[in-house]
Design a protein around this ligand. Sequence first.
Ligand code: ATP
Ligand code: MG
Length: 230
Amino acid sequence: VLPPSTGKIDFHNVTARYTEAGPPILSDLTLSIRPGTRIAVVGRTGSGKSTLALSLLRFTQLSKGTITIDDISIQDIGLETLRRDLVTMIPQDAILFEGSIRENLDPFSSHSDAELQSALDACSNISTSPSAATNQLLRLGTAIHPHGANLSHGQRQILSLARALVRPSRIMLLDESTASVDSATEARMQVIMGEQFRGRTVVAICHRLRGVVGGFFDQVLVLGNGEVKE
Ligand code: ATP
Ligand code: MG
């Protein structure tokens, strides 16, 4: 069950910095995302794509402007509500820790084994040959080494997707969440996201245009120097 939010996002003339004395990373950025749309964010290295995502989670300081979700300023939304209930982020570097896959998927034990297993099942058979290694791995009891060291980058991203599937938030932020998998696997991850994220707002940072073609996205946002270029 999704929380009572439509997933509408607006940036109004936002200037954002990481520190008060630091340089502006987003400059006077205005952007409107309709509920339930899927936006690809592209732009060169350092153009501010990750910063845009982090700003929605209040990891930056706004020296100007406001960011709203469903027309409510995120400054007026509690951090826990914002980061746990409203928005789910798959970060650029998947955060995995030592423990079982079950613990990594659901650190606060708020889901049943059946729910977690069905998220893993949705992600199994995801990678193309040789897929056996990945499928063997996607079990609740599988041990993960610190920082996910025993997994490939692509396997970490598949696990991050499984983790996102159990989160019922209206807004999904994906930071290059398919960058480390081959193109067939990426296409299948997008099919799963298309099914599982139906009706949710998806903001996906795509470093390579490869992930943008294929009809998954409704709109493409081009960032340059912290500004909307297109
Ligand atoms: P990439 O495609 O390489 O992931 P990006 O578009 O996501 O790049 P950002 O990570 O948003 O780029 O970085 C934009 C600018 O913000 C860069 O100049 C970077 O140095 C700066 N920056 C990023 N993270 C921080 C931070 N935690 N503290 C200070 N500056 C930062
Ligand atoms: Mg980035």
